[in-house]
Write a protein that binds this ligand. Sequence first.
Ligand code: MG
Length: 203
Amino acid sequence: MKIICIGRNYAEHAKEMKAETPTEPVFFMKPDTALLLNNDPFYFPKFSNEVHHEVEVVLKINKNGKNIQKQFASKYYEEVSVGIDFTARDLQAICKAKGLPWEKAKAFDSSGVVGAMHSKEHYKDLSALSFRLDINGKTVQEGNTKDVIFSFDAIIEYVSQYVTLRTGDLIFTGTPVGVGPVKIGDRLEAYLENEKLLDFEVK
Ligand code: MG
């Protein structure tokens, strides 16, 4: 499986990164070795001094598809959760400055943390899902999918032109404003519609 991540899908986050609001989706990938599940601890990597949290709604792809049209896109995901797109911001800044790919900063081991999956039928409206991240009991990021620039279905249509989606693939749909550093000892708890789906520590 692979993990597809959407960048800059919330205008206020694009602003905080001093990035332009995109006119088409920006995506990148993490390999399967980036996946961290089951509330396992995240071990702070030795190669970075500044790892940021990015809380995101995550979709799980449930059938193979290529060139998926937007009107059929919702048939390609059945489950949703929240996740953390961990980002070595210091390395990313160097990559960006040199015009290099971001993989070192975004695709490292355990950088894609995913919470417990729920059937999408569990939620009234996927286009108005609230989600948030608490660190040590304090809310640090809050978002709502009504604020996305590109809807889940638009993302699937766009990405599947280039990359075949397969059963089991995950899509991180972008982070809202409020990204920031984590440190060893932090406890991260992520919620979707006020229901905790992820709870783990930084070690
Ligand atoms: Mg992200």
